[in-house]
Write a new protein. Structure first.
Length: 354
């Protein structure tokens, strides 16, 4: 009986597959999944040489084995789960036996992959990932500096509920294999090697697209700043973009220049918080201001979103001007109130983080 019914394997392709090695997942689907074929058949024997060849080829690609082993473990777990739920296997005992044979084969493949990797003369299987993470830690903390021929854009990224491993793989696939990541649940920092800022923004944008458009990033090109200084600036830009409720995208300092300047001058930020304070006790006025800002000051569209008459919006805006001393009906007043609102949301974010 064949295990092919659980997952349809991709054709293995030519035997010399060094050029095929890309992400661990693609390698596993193309070259490891076929090794599970007919695992449930009587007399099944693993193609040991094929398994070792995958490990050997992976070593020749210059990458550590840890991520590949994790991908094989995930594939094995998926196949086991599917075997336990196969309706064509006649009873629970048969399904458990199938799951056991798949699990044992998965473990055997891990051994042979590791053996093939070691035979290629590469260092320890888990060498690469800690090294990349450690490099990122040293550079971002200021304990090390980039090589003279290498320039990194520093990216702070908020990834919501995305798996850090998925985010890491997306950056390596779309921003370059030399990308360094320091990620955890919810986000982290990435060092993107690039010739200039525009290229770094482009690469990071491709990563966000690949992640499904749910992540938000802030990018800083070093210029004369150190990597650690860029990290701090990137964190602040990301916080500003979040407080302003910007759409998920790659944001740079120019996007939040006014808010950034205000946030870094306590006298200014405190004054702005005082401006907005009277509205916090007036939920209707606060909501009206936020909707007006979202509509770029268009009072007609704000009225449509609030489902009220235009004259009602005009009255509320007049009251906002009276309470704050700054009319949202003028360009100057609206810009100031927008910055004050951003300062308030930023303060709330920092309080919740603390």
């Amino acid at each position: 009986m064949s295990v092919n019914k659980t997952i349809s394997p991709v054709a293995a392709g030519p035997s010399n597959h060094a050029a095929d090695v890309q992400t661990p997942r693609k390698t596993v689907v193309r070259h490891v999944l076929p090794l599970f074929s007919d695992v449930l058949s009587d007399g099944f024997v693993l193609d040991v040489l094929a398994a070792r060849r995958v490990g050997h080829t992976w070593a020749e690609s210059g990458r550590g084995l840890e991520r590949l082993l994790e991908a094989v473990q995930k594939l094995t777990a998926d196949l086991v789960d599917k075997a336990l739920n196969r309706p064509d296997l006649r009873d629970s005992g048969t399904r458990c036996l199938a799951a056991q044979r798949i699990s044992e084969l998965g473990n055997r493949i891990l051994v042979e992959l590791t053996r093939g990797f070691a035979e290629a003369g590469t260092t320890a299987p888990d060498h690469e990932e800690p090294t990349r993470r450690k490099q990122a830690e040293l550079l971002l903390s200021g304990a090390a500096t980039p090589a003279a021929d290498r320039t990194y854009a520093v990216v702070a990224v908020a990834t919501a509920e995305l798996d850090p491993a998925v985010v890491d793989e997306a950056f390596r696939a779309h921003a370059g294999e030399d990308t360094l990541t320091l990620l955890a649940d919810g986000g982290g920092h990435v060092l993107v090697p690039a010739p200039d800022k525009a290229d770094a923004v482009h690469r990071t944008g491709k990563v966000l697209d690949a992640l499904g458009g749910t992540a938000r990033a802030a990018l800083v090109w070093p210029g004369n700043r150190s990597v650690s200084a860029c990290r701090s600036v990137a964190d602040d830009i990301l916080a500003e973009a979040t407080s302003l409720e910007f759409a998920p995208a790659v944001h740079v300092l120019d996007d939040v220049l006014l808010e950034f300047a205000a946030a870094h001058e306590p006298v200014v930020s405190n004054a702005l918080l005082k401006v907005i304070q009277p509205l916090l006790a007036q939920p209707v006025l606060w909501e009206t201001l936020q909707v007006l800002l979202a509509e770029d000051g268009n009072r007609g569209k704000a009225a449509e979103r609030l489902i009220v008459h235009r004259s009602t919006v005009d009255y509320r805006l007049q009251r906002i001007g009276q309470l704050t001393g700054h009319s949202p009906c003028t360009v100057r007043g609206l810009r100031l109130l927008a910055t004050a609102s951003a300062m308030h949301r930023l303060a709330e974010l920092r309080r919740s983080a603390a």
